[in-house]
Design a protein around this ligand. Structure first.
Ligand SMILES: NC(=O)c1ccc[n+]([C@@H]2O[C@H](COP(=O)([O-])OP(=O)(O)OC[C@H]3O[C@@H](n4cnc5c(N)ncnc54)[C@H](OP(=O)(O)O)[C@@H]3O)[C@@H](O)[C@H]2O)c1
Length: 305
């Protein structure tokens, strides 16, 4: 039994859109207390989520130190560029050995290589398909009826899930243990690199608008496919097959505000910097990706980021 009357305490580092969505999902698991960690450490969290025409209020008290030590799994839901700092601030509050699931978008392999050396947790990598539209500070609308969270072992793909991971996967629809998580992360990166780069470069408000620029989308996709191949070896699926899946994803999320555009509009730094980092490591030529990133960077700099 954990502190007080809770059976399990789940930590979330990153009290933003996705952190709030995961907290709402966890609320349905009986005996579960969710605790948040932010830029300054453990904190309370209030948020409103509109989801499937229902308003959900989260009002979560800040944890005490004993509760922090009793956290049995952590999900990190910061942006990719906030990941390392968020762990540096919050690791000391947590018990060594617990699973920590890094659920951000972007290729954070290098950060994770350092984190796995520095901090004694069982590291996991994850991807989410929830979509949240920003309405006002602390208020989001979830625009897909259901989302998913898949996670798996990193870097040791043979590691088995802990008891708490099995419990959460069994309790929450759409949550899944995925031994092959590296492949899922790479595909998500590929789709984001093509779609978000195009939306950012051309200032497209919704994912669906990208279909009006199909030739440019195909060029960015082809370059991202080649870049992925150069950095991590052959893809398991053909370029045509993966492009068809991207088009299907865009159709399914046509109304969604593009996440990179949302960050630009709010004056936040975008995850495009991760794409740029990968481009500098590669020796091949990727002019369309370079141009898209430069256009996005120029917009960020206008906002002083
Ligand atoms: N939003 C979506 O629809 C969606 C869907 C799927 C995947 N994703 C991915 O999920 C990740 C999170 O996205 P999001 O939309 O939830 O972002 P977000 O709303 O900006 O949330 C990020 C949170 O992390 C906090 N944070 C920043 N630095 C921190 C630090 N050093 N320590 C602890 N917390 C820190 C931020 O705090 P402040 O408020 O103080 O900045 C913010 O509350 C991204 O990789 C994104 O690409 C998002």
């Amino acid at each position: 039994m954990k502190t007080g009357s809770w059976h399990r305490i789940v930590g979330i580092i990153g009290p933003g859109a996705m952190g709030s969505v995961l907290a709402l999902e966890l609320r349905q698991v009986p005996g579960t207390r969710v605790v948040f960690f932010g830029r300054q450490g453990p904190q309370g969290h209030r948020a409103t989520l509109e989801w499937n025409r229902t308003h959900h209020e989260l009002d979560i008290a800040a944890p005490n130190l004993a509760e922090c030590r009793d956290v049995s799994i952590v999900f990190t839901t910061t942006k990719a560029h906030q990941l390392s700092a968020s762990i540096a601030t919050n690791a000391a509050y947590l018990a060594p050995g617990i699973p920590v699931v890094v659920a951000c978008n972007g290729m954070v392999d290098e950060e994770m290589a350092l984190l796995t050396q520095r901090y004694p947790f069982q590291w996991r990598r994850g991807t989410m398909t929830y979509a949240a539209k920003f309405l006002a500070p602390g208020r989001w609308r979830v625009t897909n009826e259901r989302g998913t969270l898949a996670w798996g072992p990193w870097p040791d793909s043979q590691a088995e899930p802990c008891a708490i991971e099995r419990e959460l996967v069994a309790a929450i629809k759409g949550w899944e243990w995925q031994p092959d998580i590296a492949q899922h992360v790479r595909e998500k990166w590929l789709f984001n690199s093509a779609l978000n780069s195009l939306c950012g470069e051309l200032n497209l408000k919704s994912n669906g608008e990208s279909l009006k620029h199909r030739a440019a989308l195909a060029t960015l996709f082809a370059e991202a496919y080649r870049l992925g191949e150069e950095l991590w070896g052959a893809w398991r699926e053909t370029e045509e097959g993966l492009f068809r899946r991207l088009l299907a994803l865009i159709e399914a999320t046509a109304e969604n505000q593009n996440s990179l555009m949302r960050d630009l509009e709010q004056g936040h730094r975008t995850e495009s910097l991760y794409l740029a980092g990968l481009l500098t490591r590669a020796s091949g030529s990727y002019p369309a990706l370079q141009r898209a990133h430069a256009a996005i960077r120029a917009q960020e700099q206008e906002e002083g980021n």
